[in-house]
Design a protein around this ligand. Structure first.
Ligand SMILES: *[C@@H]1O[C@H](CO)[C@@H](O)[C@H](O)[C@H]1NC(C)=O
Ligand SMILES: *[C@@H]1O[C@H](CO)[C@@H](O)[C@H](O)[C@H]1NC(C)=O
Ligand SMILES: *[C@@H]1O[C@H](CO)[C@@H](O)[C@H](O)[C@H]1NC(C)=O
Ligand SMILES: *[C@@H]1O[C@H](CO)[C@@H](O)[C@H](O)[C@H]1NC(C)=O
Ligand SMILES: *[C@@H]1O[C@H](CO)[C@@H](O)[C@H](O)[C@H]1NC(C)=O
Ligand SMILES: *[C@@H]1O[C@H](CO)[C@@H](O)[C@H](O)[C@H]1NC(C)=O
Ligand SMILES: *[C@@H]1O[C@H](CO)[C@@H](O)[C@H](O)[C@H]1NC(C)=O
Ligand SMILES: *[C@@H]1O[C@H](CO)[C@@H](O)[C@H](O)[C@H]1NC(C)=O
Ligand SMILES: *[C@@H]1O[C@H](CO)[C@@H](O)[C@H](O)[C@H]1NC(C)=O
Ligand SMILES: *[C@@H]1O[C@H](CO)[C@@H](O)[C@H](O)[C@H]1NC(C)=O
Ligand SMILES: *[C@@H]1O[C@H](CO)[C@@H](O)[C@H](O)[C@H]1NC(C)=O
Length: 556
């Protein structure tokens, strides 16, 4: 009986959901743009951003919160005025009501110094309607990681801010929940909630490699990982009407940048269907990258792009094409490889799009397993297909991460060493305890040795000056090392090979990555230089105490 009732209620809920989604089908819900930590609304980039300190009827903010401002924020960005204020939080909720359907959620971060909050030590998690978006997220580390990638690929662009973009299905209420990691804090500069037209992810998706099974994206949370205007210039949010997406330049992701050249034809590009007009702006289709070396008749290489992604997630790869040069079929036929697997062969854009200058896109689905963190996309000629030339073409590229078990977050993206200071603090505490124990041990052993030394003094009149030079660096570490110096006699009594192996270990010890890391962490602590030296010494001594008793006992 209860089961039947349960089903009845479920059925009712289902009907309500269906009713809501049908009734809201065409009703465009509005965008809500939040300027966090600000008193008043501002017009930035052609849009009105509501200051969240004043009450408004579009969203609510949990209280109490700290508002921070900084006059010298990222002035390079068009969004600079937004980035001058932020909210600092331990826990913070933004609640948006009256939202229906799929939405972009964009979170803007631009770290700046404020009072005694060290942004380098910020660390927080974000959950939206139960979907985990970020965990233990450290904005400065993410930004410097991204800038490092740009430098490594010879790109001059370097950024002071970070935007994370998600696509979520919302049924009436969207709650974005920010929670700082233990002992840390978080911040947020601006939030965008922008409705997405239902047709954006309406297509069926083919799985890469082997099986032809189609994949259904609906019901999953999505994070935008990369969005590139291939072969063209950066497209700013205000050039992508309604959806405000940013399209990056692709060259810094290419394995060999000169494998492809950019081409452009703005004369008459159109969408294959009106339904596609929100998939990408026409600007994306007006430029493309084709294979270089047009003089070489038979090209035997691929255009390859490599992306760092998070392992253990499914990815949706959307490729945008538009044939800009040839007005006939069979001129340019190529293969698409994703993660070294053939995603498509005999790919003739002219045929698939239905002509020249027609915008077309194709979605693929692939899983990145736990043993890798890269995603490769390669395009190369399909010589088997009988094309008149050997070439390939790509206009745009998007990579989306799909949620698994209501999770989109990946914590270990960046080495935890670069992350929150609260981690290093607990490490330092641990090291200090270890060092304390070590010191007690050293003193005890020193006394024991002095005792032994005095006892055997008459038997051992050999010259102490012959001490192996390998000991010197340790003794030079300062005051705490004096206890070592006073026990040199005991060391000297070791036989040659033992002393040599012990010396080798000493040499190695300070160089081991673990030790280096501990010293490194200690240096970052609050203790200052003096404490750091002592700490480093204690750690070296800790190693010493491990080795020495063994040697002494083997001697006696
Ligand atoms: C908010 O406005 C008050 C005056 O109305 C001003 O004193 C304060 O500095 C403003 N705060 C911010 C973050 O702009
Ligand atoms: C809330 O949104 C509506 C519609 O976009 C807008 O007219 C109104 O001014 C907004 N409220 C505030 C306080 O900005
Ligand atoms: C945020 O919302 C969640 C539930 O959606 C609630 O558990 C939590 O206490 C809220 N946090 C704050 C700071 O209001
Ligand atoms: C944060 O880290 C960056 C680079 O790692 C450094 O330049 C900056 O001074 C640090 N800021 C603070 C407040 O420690
Ligand atoms: C970057 O530029 C240098 C010299 O300008 C060149 O030697 C190097 O190969 C380039 N690296 C990449 C990844 O293009
Ligand atoms: C995708 O899944 C949803 C429910 O999760 C279902 O309503 C929809 O019909 C499915 N679409 C396809 C193409 O299978
Ligand atoms: C532009 O394309 C449309 C449709 O493909 C076509 O009807 C029109 O003639 C084209 N115009 C030019 C100038 O090529
Ligand atoms: C465009 O969308 C409408 C409804 O949203 C649908 O009926 C139509 O078949 C779609 N057209 C194409 C070419 O997919
Ligand atoms: C650009 O497209 C137009 C219209 O299809 C065509 O006439 C022109 O030759 C094309 N330009 C290039 C450089 O391919
Ligand atoms: C694809 O092949 C390249 C070498 O061509 C290799 O470095 C890379 O790891 C491979 N990628 C995957 C996902 O297997
Ligand atoms: C292009 O890449 C694919 C997948 O990694 C590889 O199998 C193929 O051999 C490459 N083609 C050429 C010409 O290098």
């Amino acid at each position: 009986m209860e089961k039947v009732q349960g089903r009845g209620i479920l059925g009712l809920v289902f009907l309500i959901i269906v009713f809501l989604s049908v009734s809201s089908g065409e009703a465009q819900s509005r965008s809500v743009l939040v300027n966090c930590g600000a008193n008043s609304s501002v017009h930035v980039d052609g849009r009105r951003w509501i200051g969240d300190l004043a009450p408004n009827d579009n969203f609510t903010v949990s209280s109490p919160v700290i508002a921070a401002s900084n006059s010298a924020a990222d002035s390079d960005s068009t969004l600079g005025p937004l980035y001058k204020t932020a909210r600092i939080f331990n826990a913070l909720n933004y609640t948006f009501a009256g939202m229906q359907g799929n939405h972009f959620l964009r979170l803007h971060f631009c770290p700046f110094p404020f009072e005694n909050y060290n942004v380098n030590e910020s660390s927080f998690s974000v959950v939206a309607n139960g979907l985990k978006l970020m965990i233990e997220f450290n904005v400065p580390a993410e930004i410097s990681d991204k800038n490092l990638h740009q430098q490594n690929s010879n790109s001059s662009s370097s950024s002071l801010s970070l935007v994370k973009e998600y696509i979520l299905a919302v049924n009436d209420v969207l709650v974005v929940e920010f929670v700082s990691s233990r002992g840390s804090f978080g911040f947020i500069n601006a939030i965008e909630v922008v409705p997405v037209v239902d047709t954006l992810f309406a297509d069926s998706v083919s799985k890469v490699g082997g099986s032809n099974a189609n994949f259904n994206v609906s019901g999953r949370g999505i994070e935008t990982m990369y969005r590139l205007n291939v072969g063209g210039q950066e497209i700013q949010p205000n050039q992508d009407s309604d959806l405000w997406r940013k399209w990056e330049v692709d060259s810094s992701y290419m394995i060999t940048a000169d494998a492809g050249v950019g081409i452009r034809n703005t004369s008459n590009v159109t969408y294959a269907s009106n339904n596609d007009s929100s998939v990408a702006p026409l600007l994306v289709y007006e430029t493309a990258r084709v294979m270089s070396n047009t003089e070489v008749l038979e090209k035997k290489f691929n255009m390859s792009w490599k992306f760092r992604v998070d392992p253990d997630f499914d990815y949706l790869i959307r490729l945008h094409f538009c044939e800009l040069v040839y007005g006939r079929a069979n001129q340019r036929i190529f293969r698409v490889y994703i993660n070294n697997k053939t995603a498509a062969d005999s790919f003739d854009v002219y045929v698939r799009a239905g002509g020249k200058n027609i915008a077309y896109h194709q979605d693929y689905f692939d899983t990145v397993f736990s043993n890798t963190n890269t995603l490769w996309i390669q395009l190369g000629p399909d010589t088997a297909a009988g094309a008149s030339g050997t070439d390939a073409l790509l206009n745009g590229l998007e990579i989306f991460k799909l949620s698994r078990s209501a999770n989109l977050a990946y914590a270990d993206r960046i080495d935890s060493a670069e992350k929150s200071g609260s981690h290093s603090k607990s490490w330092i505490l641990w090291v200090e305890i270890g060092a304390g124990v070590a010191s007690v041990l050293i003193i005890a052993i020193t006394f024991a040795c002095i005792f032994c030394f005095c006892k055997n003094r008459r038997k051992q009149k050999s010259d102490i000056k012959d001490n192996p030079p390998g000991w010197r660096p340790i003794a030079m570490h300062g005051a705490a090392a004096s206890s070592i110096a006073s026990t040199k006699g005991g060391v000297h009594s070791l036989n040659g090979s033992l002393a040599a192996s012990a010396r080798q270990k000493w040499h190695d010890a300070p160089l081991s990555p673990w030790t280096k890391r501990l010293i490194d962490l200690a240096m970052k602590g609050d203790g200052g230089p003096a404490e750091t030296t002592v700490l480093a010494n204690s750690m070296l001594q800790l190693h010493f105490t491990v080795e020495w008793p063994k040697q002494v006992s083997s001697e006696s």
